[in-house]
Design a binder for this molecule. Structure first.
Ligand SMILES: Nc1ncnc2c1ncn2[C@@H]1O[C@H](COP(=O)(O)OP(=O)(O)O)[C@@H](O)[C@H]1O
Ligand SMILES: [Mg+2]
Length: 341
């Protein structure tokens, strides 16, 4: 393996320390991905330059000019606080003729807006819950074709920001209340979707042109009350105490209906291509009791932490974290950006 100079782009506040010693679990969680990636790249034998960025493009330019990285490992998810600007940073790297890991600007843009990506999926007859967008400062009126229960979430945020059990609404009053909550608390447009009761599944995809999927992953709520809907709320995703309380477990999905795993893998590869994704991604799906699959969303550059779903589902088929990161780098250096043509 060739030793590479790797510029690792990350948020200014998330530049990890050299060692975990002396930090609490909660502190570590903040910058765990950054730590795992930087430390593992070092262990593989690469030279890394971790660079914290907030709102200064000239820092990136300087690092590219001075350090001359073979590839940039992109862990940056926003620019001056705006999530949607992640695509522009990657666009800048392309303008600078710099190879980078993860998704290209077009894929980031198409997948970010949940309504836009669902419109593309619908064109290709991929089943996804019916929906309506409620923009900020506009009247909130439900179209007749959308029946309750509905799930209300942010149109563009991820990490289940603003999602709780109260996100599932059963009447127009609650719908208005929850849409306002998203507008005011998350400060974004809202999307209300048909609530799909079913198993919560995740599928990781790796590749640019030739794609590989990892085993279908499932989030289980092993100690939750029977009448509690099994949705991945903000607390379910980020509150370790709560996870323990309701018995959150994520692992390879067992006892899928015959042929479902193959069907799901094929579908996820198609979606990845429809949305122009590259590098690595993860699809979120629901599987109903009668065997129907619904796609909730596509995530370019999903959480790469060691021990999280993406890395765990790779490990399930024998791909170690080191090998996984190296493959992500190889995909980054080989991605056929337009400037290479
Ligand atoms: N239409 C839906 N039906 C059922 N559950 C949903 C629906 N939309 C979202 N959820 C639940 O909320 C979680 C987060 O929604 P998702 O669209 O994946 O947004 P995020 O980008 O925050 O991950 C999902 O993993 C799922 O548990
Ligand atoms: Mg999701």
């Amino acid at each position: 393996m060739k030793k590479l100079r790797i510029l690792v782009l990350m948020h200014e506040d998330l530049v990890p320390p050299k060692s975990l010693e002396g930090y609490s679990g909660k502190e570590i969680l903040e910058w765990k991905t950054e730590f795992d990636v930087v430390s593992t790249l070092g262990e593989i034998g690469h030279d890394t330059l971790p660079l914290g960025v907030r709102d200064d493009l000239s820092m990136i330019r300087k690092a590219l000019d001075d350090y001359k990285p073979h590839v940039t490992f992109n862990l940056l998810e926003e620019f001056h606080g705006v999530g949607a600007y992640d695509q522009h940073v990657v666009g800048y790297l392309e303008l600078k003729r710099q190879c980078y890991t993860g998704c290209n600007p077009r894929g980031l843009m198409l997948a970010r807006d949940k309504a836009l990506s669902k419109k593309i999926l619908t064109y290709h007859r991929v089943p996804t819950p019916k929906f309506i967008v409620f923009p900020m400062r506009k009247q909130i009126r439900r179209p007749q074709r959308l029946a309750f229960p509905l799930l209300v979430k942010s149109l563009v945020q991820d990490a289940s920001l603003g999602i709780s059990q109260a996100s599932i609404v059963h009447n127009d009053d609650k719908l208005v209340e929850r849409v306002r909550f998203i507008h005011e608390q998350v400060q974004s447009d809202a999307i209300a979707e048909e609530y799909i009761e079913g198993r919560e599944l995740y599928v990781s995809v790796l590749g640019n042109r030739r794609l590989q999927t990892f085993p279908v992953w499932e989030m289980l709520f092993t100690k939750a009350p029977d009448d509690m809907p099994n949705i991945a709320t903000e607390r379910v995703k980020w509150d370790a105490e709560y996870q323990k309380k309701i018995g959150i477990e994520t692992r390879a999905a067992e006892d899928l209906p015959p042929g479902a795993a193959e069907r799901i893998a094929k579908l996820c590869k198609r979606i990845y291509r429809m949305l122009s994704m590259s590098g690595y991604g993860r699809m979120d799906l629901r599987l109903t009791a009668d065997g129907r699959i619904y796609v909730l969303e596509a995530n370019p550059n999903p959480n790469l932490s060691y021990g999280e779903d993406f890395a765990e589902s790779a490990a399930k088929i024998g791909i170690s974290f080191e090998v996984l990161l190296q493959r992500i780098i190889n995909l980054g250096t080989r991605y056929q950006a337009e400037w290479k043509a």
